[in-house]
Design a binder for this molecule. Structure first.
Ligand SMILES: [Ca+2]
Ligand SMILES: [Ca+2]
Length: 334
């Protein structure tokens, strides 16, 4: 590749990096609560169902996914080198509060929040992303908020072609070694200290950028390289471009509805999220284990992700031992 086209590619990379994909204006967000069971999947489960058994997040670290949510995209690479671009639309957030209390709406004056009943509110999907994030930050700190769940619908973009222009890197490997050990990735090192911050927008967070010319389907060199980096504990963040040639239509038949709990500092033992810990929580735990189809994480009326966190009294996941611990505490046996 000549120098000019490299400059073009790196420009293209950073321009595309944080860009939201075009969405048709008439794409509708479905009504909450009524039609869909958002609880059926978590975002990670949807990503996994599209990306196959072995895949890596191109943000390198699953925890970074959160930064790319809200009607944007998550890019995964499977072990054949194929990139899966999962598009998410935020459809509002469910908020559960303790019965008999009120949300401090005065603190949330610019956010659009709908009251559903005595215990439920919805952070409306008409809120701008920044507004919604601000509201969630405030809600997390409210004592009477028991649970917050972000609702999404998601699908894989199979109409457009995604490719990696390069990646940011921070880790202990020698840059020359990275280039030499991954020759099929055809890497070129960019010194971020010298780089333009407008083009390399993450230069403060990473030490180096590598341009790659191996960005086609079926090249598992990149998969192997990133997998090795993950094993070593290195950080990386890919710059992924998308052809964005196809206009998205309402692909309702392929959407997955999913929920991402914003885990808050809940009440220990409160498995059923009603604001108290009592024998019904112990029952909920045992039911969720004995009859997961009806009371498990995926069941509409079953235990929630926040409920599982509250219920796990010793950090090893929810088991019947947690139910027993709650009962003993209630009986003041320990
Ligand atoms: Ca409870
Ligand atoms: Ca436990």
């Amino acid at each position: 590749m000549n120098k000019k086209s490299k400059i073009f590619l790196s420009l293209f990379a950073s321009v595309m990096f944080m860009q939201t994909l075009p969405v048709s204006a008439n794409a509708e967000i479905p009504a909450l609560y009524s039609e869909h069971n958002y609880k059926a999947n978590s975002i990670e489960e949807v990503a996994a169902s599209h990306s196959g058994e072995n895949y890596i997040h191109l943000s390198g670290d699953a925890k970074n996914l959160r930064l790319q949510r809200y009607g944007e995209k998550i890019c995964n690479m499977d072990n054949t080198g194929k990139i899966h671009t999962i598009i998410y639309y935020w459809g509002g957030s469910d908020i559960k509060i303790k019965k008999g209390t009120e949300l401090p709406l005065e603190k949330l004056d610019t956010a659009i929040i709908d009251k559903i009943d005595d215990e439920h509110y919805v952070l409306n999907s008409d809120n701008e992303k920044a507004e919604a994030e601000k509201a969630i930050t405030i809600l997390k700190e409210c004592d009477n908020v028991l649970a917050i769940s972000n609702n999404y619908r998601a699908y894989e973009d199979t109409k457009n072609y995604s490719f990696i222009n390069g990646f940011y890197y921070k880790g202990n490997s020698d840059y020359e070694d990275i280039i030499a050990n991954n020759s099929r990735a055809k890497l070129t090192y960019v010194d971020l200290k010298e780089a333009d911050s407008k083009i390399y927008s993450l230069k403060d967070k990473y030490d180096a950028f590598f341009i790659t010319e191996a960005n086609y389907y079926g090249n598992n060199e990149l998969y192997d390289m990133f997998s090795t980096m993950i094993e070593r504990g290195d950080s990386f963040e890919c710059s992924v471009s998308n052809s964005a040639l196809a206009v998205f239509e309402n692909e309702a038949d392929v959407y997955s509805y999913c929920q991402d709990a914003v885990i808050i500092n809940g009440i220990e033992g409160d498995a059923n999220i009603d604001g108290d810990t009592d024998i019904s929580d112990s029952v909920m735990i045992m039911q969720s284990i004995a009859n997961p189809d009806k009371y498990g994480l995926k069941a509409p009326e079953g235990i929630t992700r926040q409920g599982c966190v509250n219920a796990d009294t010793n950090g090893d996941g929810i088991t019947n031992a947690d139910a027993l611990t709650i009962q003993k505490k209630l009986l003041k046996l320990e």
